[in-house]
Design a protein around this ligand. Structure first.
Ligand code: UDP
Length: 487
């Protein structure tokens, strides 16, 4: 190995934009701040139009090399009822031979391997190459604490977690209410629960864990993980390196403004609510009808990213988003919206099919609020643009995210959780939207709007030179350089 050359980091991303986007952002940080060479191994879903678009622009990047690894066919290995999370775990396991081949055939020898949370079984490949290995958790520290502590909860608690009367205690951290648990812990008999325990057991085998949050945002959980109650369980250092989020799409090479931005340009400042459920979230048609009525009742301007319902399911996300069969979906969706909805609202609302340039939208001065499924990427994009949220969790760890946003950070209001209730009614939607836009609440300035601005500044400080996240990433870079020199 030539020690004068900068280290070469290989980052492994599992299928789905919620995984690929954070990996690309982490790669950029290493390149811009540390001048490392970077290769991204992206296991692709091959069915998502949006994913292929992002991969296409990533492939043209002069900053890093991207190697696509098509998802292996796992259809014979799993029942059709298997959850997205189980499918991701099995896909990444079956892809290991291809990942190994890509890793050992990169033009530059790798100096370190960083995997996302579904790629932890590939850490053994780094072991074989004797290079440092890291896990990048593109979510927050409270979620990481729950994952790390889950093998202990597994021994402590009998029966289903969702049947517990008390919140689950995680030492040094905010307890987790049963109704806010992550999907993989909802049913201990499901294979996704067993898969999540396998992931948790892998954490101590890494050299360190990176997490997409920052010290000031989650002081208690970051402390518990780094030098508090959970450090003995995790056994390896944790670095809070976030918030790592994308830059606006329009600033990355597009010449003409998208229609959606042209429309936003014509709206008053902070007057528009943006409604979007992440890279693949869907709601039922019944729910879409309530959203439509709720938006009308709120009398607020809106942009709504609509997606054909998949029967009220919420998590077809990572394997079906934007496939070509969705081409006619706007016509299908229109059939389920209230009669005359589009016509009545054509001056104040915009429906966008499937996908919007979310970061550019959130950065636009006309945006004043965000109805979000609370995926962590969306949350960070909202915070870093100072946009208050209505948290509408659908799947994965989003119920925890919503609890964090509302109860700890005060940057969102939330749809109420009623067991067995599947549809949020129009009155509730309208009232939540009005609350976020009110300038004053009970004679006081709107708290969520104030708080999100404070937290935006805290995020900027963390990322700036000398800030906690800047320093944390430099420490990771040093670990890699040190090993690279003495290799
Ligand atoms: N996204 C986007 N346009 C859309 C929907 C989603 O650009 O119409 C991006 C969004 O900006 C974020 C990512 O897709 O970067 C979604 O990640 P998140 O963690 O919020 O949720 P997930 O999709 O993984 O559930």
């Amino acid at each position: 190995m030539d020690f004068h050359k900068p280290p070469h980091i290989v980052l492994l991303s599992s299928p789905g934009l919620g995984h690929l986007i954070p990996i690309i952002e982490l790669a950029k940080r290493f390149i811009i701040h540390h001048k490392f060479n970077l290769t991204i191994l992206a296991v692709t879903s091959q069915t998502s139009h949006a994913e292929s678009q992002i991969l296409k622009s990533a492939t043209n990047s002069s900053l890093y090399t991207i190697i696509q690894i098509p998802s292996p066919n796992i259809s014979s290995l799993l029942p059709t009822s298997a959850t997205v999370s189980t499918r991701l775990s099995v896909t990444m396991r079956q892809a290991i031979p291809s990942i190994k081949s890509a890793l050992t055939n990169t033009p530059l020898p790798p100096s370190a391997l960083i995997v996302d949370i579904f790629g932890t079984e590939s850490l053994t490949l780094a072991q074989e190459l004797n290079i440092p290995k890291f896990i990048y958790v593109a979510s927050h520290a409270w979620f990481l604490s729950l994952i790390v502590y889950s093998p202990i909860l597994d021994k402590q608690i009998e029966g289903q977690y969702v049947d517990q009367k008390e919140p689950l205690k995680i030492p040094g951290c905010k307890p987790v209410r049963p109704e806010d648990l992550i999907d993989s812990m909802l049913d201990r008999n499901d294979s996704q629960y067993k898969e999540s325990l396998i992931v948790a057991e892998k954490f101590p085998e890494s050299d360190a864990v990176l997490v997409n949050t920052w010290d000031e945002l989650q002081q208690r959980e970051v402390k518990a993980l780094t030098n508090g109650e959970l450090s003995g369980v995790l056994k390896v250092p944790v670095f809070a390196v976030g918030p790592l989020v994308r830059q606006p799409e329009s600033e990355t090479g597009q010449l003409k403004k998208p229609v959606i931005i042209q429309w936003l340009d014509k709206q008053p400042r902070e007057s528009v609510i943006f409604v979007s459920f992440g890279s693949g979230g869907t709601v039922s048609y019944e729910q879409m009808k309530e959203i439509a009525f709720g938006l009308e009742l709120s009398e607020q301007r809106f942009i709504w990213v609509v997606r054909a319902s998949t029967g009220g399911g919420v998590d077809t996300a990572f394997f079906t988003t934007g496939s070509s069969s969705f081409n006619d979906e706007l016509d299908e969706i229109r059939k389920h919206l209230p009669e005359g909805f589009e016509e009545r609202n054509k001056k104040v609302g915009l429906l966008v099919q499937n996908w919007a340039p979310q970061v550019t939208v959130l950065k636009h001065p006309s945006i004043g609020g965000f109805i979000t499924h609370s995926g962590w990427g969306s949350v960070l994009e909202s915070i870093t643009n100072g946009v208050p949220m209505i948290a509408w969790p659908l799947y994965a760890e989003q119920r925890m995210n919503a609890a964090l946003l509302v109860e700890e950070l005060g940057v969102a209001v939330r749809t109420t959780v009623v067991p067995g209730k599947n549809v949020v009614g129009r009155e509730e939607i309208a009232s939540l939207v009005r609350n976020v836009f009110l300038l004053e609440q009970n004679g006081k300035r709107n708290h969520v709007r104030e708080r999100v601005r404070e937290i935006k500044i805290s995020a900027e400080k963390a990322l700036s030179q000398g800030g906690s996240s800047y320093t944390a990433l430099s420490e990771v870079a040093n670990m890699i350089v040190h090993k690279h020199r003495f290799y």
